[in-house]
Ligand binder design. Structure first.
Ligand SMILES: Nc1ncnc2c1ncn2[C@@H]1O[C@H](COP(=O)(O)OP(=O)(O)O)[C@@H](O)[C@H]1O
Ligand SMILES: [Mg+2]
Length: 260
């Protein structure tokens, strides 16, 4: 029932646009252009934007799903296994009855980001859009897996900065470039070495390693044995389990609820 109570609180809040403006994260760059009665805001290039609050709260959705929303952001070189491990992980989570979505590089470039290329500017916009979409999913209680090289630290950190603490889990596939190049599942390293692809990450475009990744996945385990994709997925599941992402949020105590 605490979710219902929170829902009512949220609806009450929607009557106070100035408060909504202060609470929401979307509105950081918004400017109020008229008084609160009919307040309209400028957001980026848009005008007349008014943030609508009071939807079904996140906690209700998380209760329905029996899990907590999170973004598991896979980053690493091409061929490091982002797609393979994310896919293995998604199946393992589904087998446990967990609701996921997997946003994968090439797939997203077929649709949402089909107008973007691989210049630094387009890569930045690619990641920004994925970040925003992931945020929407995570805030709806979905375990969101993203699989993008996302080579620039600044872009990944911008996504992290848009999310609440604990919502962004950076998962660095720390596989040496020699191994990625040897695997070369799509023949891209070969083409890049032959000069047929320009600006290829790791060859003639930089990959900036994460400095504070929550999860670092290495090719070998502590005993020096090669890890399978299943081993790697199991490590990530253990992390999610330990931190409570695989169960519904705890209901607040009565005293917490009274002061919320
Ligand atoms: N432990 C492992 N984890 C992930 N991929 C692995 C592993 N061992 C071998 N591979 C192979 O490496 C390749 C990784 O490719 P992919 O998942 O498409 O990488 P990325 O999405 O990072 O570009 C696949 O061909 C996969 O079968
Ligand atoms: Mg991939």
């Amino acid at each position: 029932m605490f979710a219902l109570r929170r829902g009512l609180q949220q609806c009450a809040r929607s009557l106070l646009p100035m408060e909504a403006l202060a609470c929401g994260s979307l509105q950081q760059s918004a400017a109020v252009t008229s008084g609160p009665a009919g307040a309209v805001y400028n957001v980026g290039k848009a005008t007349n934007i008014k943030f609508h609050d009071g939807m079904v709260p996140r906690e209700t959705k998380e209760e329905l799903l029996g899990q907590k929303g999170v973004v598991l952001w896979f980053t690493g070189l091409s061929g490091s296994g982002k797609s393979t491990v994310a896919c293995t992980l998604e199946h393992a989570l589904a087998a446990r009855g967990r609701m996921t979505v997997l946003l994968d590089g090439d797939n997203v470039r077929h649709g949402l980001n089909k107008n973007l290329g691989f210049s630094a500017q387009d890569r930045e916009e690619n990641i920004r859009r994925i970040g925003e979409v992931s945020k929407l999913f995570a805030e709806s209680g979905v375990i969101t897996l993203t699989s993008f090289i996302s080579p620039y630290r600044k872009d990944r950190e911008s996504v992290r900065a848009r999310m609440a603490n604990g919502d962004f889990v950076e998962c660095y596939m720390r596989i040496p470039i020699e191994m990625c190049e040897q695997r070369d599942p799509k023949g891209l390293y070969k083409a890049a070495r032959a000069g047929k692809i320009k600006g290829f990450t790791g060859i003639d475009d930089p990959y900036e390693e994460p400095l504070t990744a929550e999860l670092v996945i290495d090719a070998k385990d502590e005993s020096g044995n090669m890890q399978s994709a299943e081993d790697m997925a199991a490590t990530i599941i253990a992390y999610l389990e330990q931190r409570g992402y695989l169960s519904a949020p705890a209901a607040p105590s009565d005293s917490e609820a009274a002061t919320a």
